[in-house]
Design a protein around this ligand. Structure first.
Ligand code: GH3
Ligand code: MG
Ligand code: MG
Ligand code: MG
Length: 313
């Protein structure tokens, strides 16, 4: 930093260094019909290293929620089309948004309004003319707690991967982005071959170690942007974002398949290998998460039928 250092900027910089790289920046959805006010707020959030997305219209905001996956919504209480309270009520109807912090900004501080805002789904109401740096500070603790809680809820405890519910939400988000950007994504469904045999021969704990080892292999070999989830017991789902096409997706998954099949697992004083079968489905938009899961699942069963330890598109 160059002297003279702005104290707030210094604290932000040090905080960012302590948090370390690799942590996803907080995503904040700013909903406000007043463009200038929204941009002032967004600037303060960006300065803190967070990622704001401004939506001037509540319905537009609702549409982009799936894809943007906000960590918090900062919303003007009064907007022409629909009030912030109405939007909060609609958002709260979805299971995945029950714990999503919604903070209102309002210049109206009377008790009746505050009560109504809380009752209708808000978590807090802050003054609209609040100093942006103070606003960032006010949101920070709330964001940290809600991320920590979601990390516990969204992850599978054995493998640390994204769990079933969450991988489907991530797929919906990536499909929406894929369509908007004219890109292509691939979904790979993986199922371990004859895994019941592994448990029966070497025991359940050894089976668990094999599941962990597959999770580690997938994480290590995929790109950072790709998303890996534990879809079920011995089933995994991989979202390959931005692939050129079938050939690339197939090459990526086939190299992982070969690599994993070479790993020697220990079971007591013996060593053994495990393989998996994989089904691939691609989309450039126009499919629901459910449809793509079904297509990848069908392809996976085809791979089993054809003799296992292979990939079917
Ligand atoms: P296939 O090649 O047809 O997939 O054969 P399979 O034996 O893998 O298939 P099946 O669906 O019959 O068995 C899946 C097994 O996965 C049964 C279950 O005991 C095991 N499994 C599921 N979840 C876990 C887990 O968390 N830990 C362990 N150790 N085993 C699990
Ligand atoms: Mg307004
Ligand atoms: Mg299975
Ligand atoms: Mg299996």
């Amino acid at each position: 930093l160059t002297k003279p250092v702005n104290p707030a900027a210094l604290v932000d910089k040090l905080d960012a260094l302590i948090a370390g790289p690799g942590r996803e920046p907080y995503r904040i959805l700013v909903v406000d019909d007043d463009q200038q006010a929204a941009e002032r707020t967004a600037q303060a959030l960006s300065n803190r290293g967070w990622q704001p997305l401004i939506m001037g219209n509540p319905l537009q905001a609702l549409e982009r929620m799936t894809e943007f996956r906000p960590d918090l919504i900062l919303m003007d209480l009064y907007m022409p089309e629909c009030s912030g309270m109405e939007l909060a009520e609609v958002i709260r109807q979805k299971d995945e948004h029950i714990g999503l912090p919604i903070v209102f900004l309002s210049s109206c501080g009377d008790m009746a309004t505050r009560m109504a805002a809380m009752i209708r789904g808000g978590d807090d109401i802050l003054p609209k003319d609040m100093d942006p740096i103070m606003l960032v500070r006010a949101l920070e603790g709330r964001l940290g707690r809600s991320r920590d809680m979601r990390r516990l809820m969204d992850r599978d405890s054995l493998t640390g991967l994204v769990n079933h519910t969450n991988i489907k939400l991530r797929l919906a988000s990536e499909l929406s982005r894929t369509q908007r950007q004219g890109a292509t994504l691939a979904l790979a469904m993986i199922d371990l071959d004859r895994f019941k045999n592994v448990n029966d021969t070497y025991g359940h704990l050894t089976g668990d170690l094999v599941l962990k080892s597959l999770a580690k292999t997938l994480k290590r070999r995929l790109r950072k942007a790709d998303i890996v989830g534990r879809y079920g017991g011995e089933e995994f789902a991989v979202i390959l974002v931005d692939v050129q096409g079938e050939r690339e997706a197939l090459a990526i998954m086939d190299s992982i398949r070969k690599g994993f099949a070479r790993i020697r697992h220990r079971g007591g004083d013996r060593e053994f290998c495990v393989t998996f079968s994989c089904g691939l489905a691609l989309s450039s938009g126009g499919h629901s998460a459910e449809e793509l899961c079904q297509a990848a699942d069908r392809a996976m069963y085809k791979a089993k039928e054809l003799g296992r330890n292979r990939i079917f598109v």
